[in-house]
Write a protein of this length. Structure first.
Length: 470
């Protein structure tokens, strides 16, 4: 209970009106017959007007349940602008630079921003949005799937939810994890907002920082289903439920770009998931090349989370890149892969950074035993490396910087020269656009194998294409 009213008597001068706050007040300075005034008490006359400008945005908060949290938003202008707070784009009856929540509860979660309005000009400046989250608090939606459920028109489901809440609110669920115990409290059971079927919204709180929200959700969900279904039996209304995360977007697959689909991981409201463009088993290389798709988990804590349409413009891979992404789909051996790669990379002037990087990754699929068993595999690999070394210099340079492709290719040349199957006294000769080499079996008087020196090849590649080993 407030001990006194900070606005009695009115501390605002020159016709300003007072808004009472927690241990403070805010003066709304208005135009008077004397002119414009500003300042804490509307006591400073405005000589030159300037529009409002946000100088300090509110910051994200992730706090414990029932703790205090303060958001701060600072704005400048002359006269001093009026600051009002918003949650999830809805105005709050809160004014001033600071907004304090003395005991944070689940319904306080959301995205807050402030608007600074010029008193004289009515110009508006809007701050960035900041999230207020509560550690360990999750919400799950539960849909009734039993054919024996009460009909909504009889108001049965409403009374059922109220009865379940009486039974379960405050209950602690004990979850065993290896040698430790996790305690989750059911805070409330209410109706699921906007449910097309009869549904429940279960809010829980868990005192732990050992798990991410998706991990915690996976641990809690089976226990929630069990608790609610047992409650329905106690109430002589046995029902079965399916469960989903209400305040987070679920794992979901979508087609993205021209070469496949992306599995989007479970994400929190307001989070943006970034995933490499799809490319068969080789998508990870795109993360290094910044070929990324993104998708926001939108929504709010009142109506629930929802995925928006993903941004996949970077993943419309055509030409050589698209062919490379699908190259391993119908290929069963390293020999077939090498032969196909030799053909795909033949147009060296069109090879882009991602083509060089992808081709390098695909070459690593070819095993040493396949090189040892087939001379043509070695010849194809040498031809592919020659193609890549003849690519535009900017493609080679960028691929090397991002994926270390040059060093990988030199290591591959070393593997080929050490394992190529040769007949005695019959050398292997290769002459390409960027380099040439000769490999020959040499008899020595000791058991130590003669390892080819690839320094001249490295120099040749560097001199002809700037494909410099790091």
């Amino acid at each position: 209970v407030k001990a006194f009213n900070n606005c009695n008597p009115n501390p605002c001068q020159n016709g300003g009106s007072c808004l009472d706050g927690i241990d403070d007040f805010t003066c709304m300075c208005t135009n008077s017959l004397l002119g414009y005034f500003t300042g804490k008490n509307c006591s400073e006359e405005v000589i030159e007007q300037t529009p409002p400008q946000i100088t300090q945005d509110p910051e994200d908060k992730d706090v414990a349940l029932s703790s205090s949290v303060t958001l701060r938003c600072v704005a400048e202008g002359n006269p001093l602008p009026l600051i009002q707070w918003y949650r999830d784009n809805e105005p709050l009856n809160v004014f001033g630079q600071e907004y304090t929540i003395s005991s944070v509860q689940p319904n306080d979660r959301g995205f807050y921003h402030c608007r600074a309005t010029g008193i004289a000009s009515n110009e508006v400046a809007v701050s960035k949005s900041a999230s207020v989250l509560i550690q360990g608090v999750l919400q799950h939606g539960m849909l009734v799937e039993s054919s024996k459920r009460r009909r909504r028109e009889e108001n049965g489901i409403t009374s059922f939810i109220e009865e379940v809440n009486v039974l379960l609110a405050g209950m602690e669920l004990t979850i065993q994890i290896d040698n430790s115990t996790l305690i989750t409290e059911i805070i409330s059971v209410t109706s699921l907002p906007g449910a097309s079927m009869d549904g429940l919204l279960v809010t829980t709180a868990t005192s732990t920082d050992q798990f991410t929200a998706p991990q915690l959700s996976a641990l809690i969900a089976p226990n929630l289903i069990e608790a609610v279904e047992q409650a329905s039996q106690v109430l002589n209304q046995p029902m079965k439920f399916t469960i989903f995360r209400f305040d987070g977007c679920p794992v979901e697959d979508t087609v993205c770009g021209s070469t496949g689909s992306i599995e989007w991981p479970e994400s929190e409201i307001g989070a943006v998931s970034r995933q490499p463009c799809p490319c068969g088993l080789n998508s990870s290389v795109f993360a290094d090349l910044d070929l990324i798709a993104s998708r926001e988990c939108a929504g709010d804590f009142e109506t629930g989370a929802r995925w928006i349409i993903p941004e996949c413009s970077s993943c419309n891979l055509t030409g050589t890149t698209g062919i490379l992404c699908g190259l391993t789909d119908n290929i069963d051996s390293g020999g077939q892969l090498a032969s196909a790669l030799l053909t795909v990379t033949n147009n060296t002037e069109e090879l882009r950074t991602e083509d060089v990087a992808l081709s390098t990754v695909l070459l690593e699929v070819i095993t040493t035993s396949e090189i040892q068993e087939d001379l043509m595999v070695s010849l194809d690999i040498l031809g592919i490396v020659d193609h890549l070394a003849s690519a535009p210099q900017e493609s080679i340079r960028a691929s090397q910087q991002n994926t270390n492709s040059s060093l990988i290719l030199l290591d591959l040349l070393q593997t080929v020269t050490e394992n190529v199957p040769l007949e005695e006294n019959v050398p292997l000769k290769f002459v390409g656009e960027s380099f040439g080499l000769q490999v020959q079996t040499v008899m020595v008087d000791h058991e130590t194998p003669l390892v080819p020196d690839l320094s001249s090849i490295a120099d040749s590649i560097a001199n002809n294409s700037n494909m410099r080993p790091p």
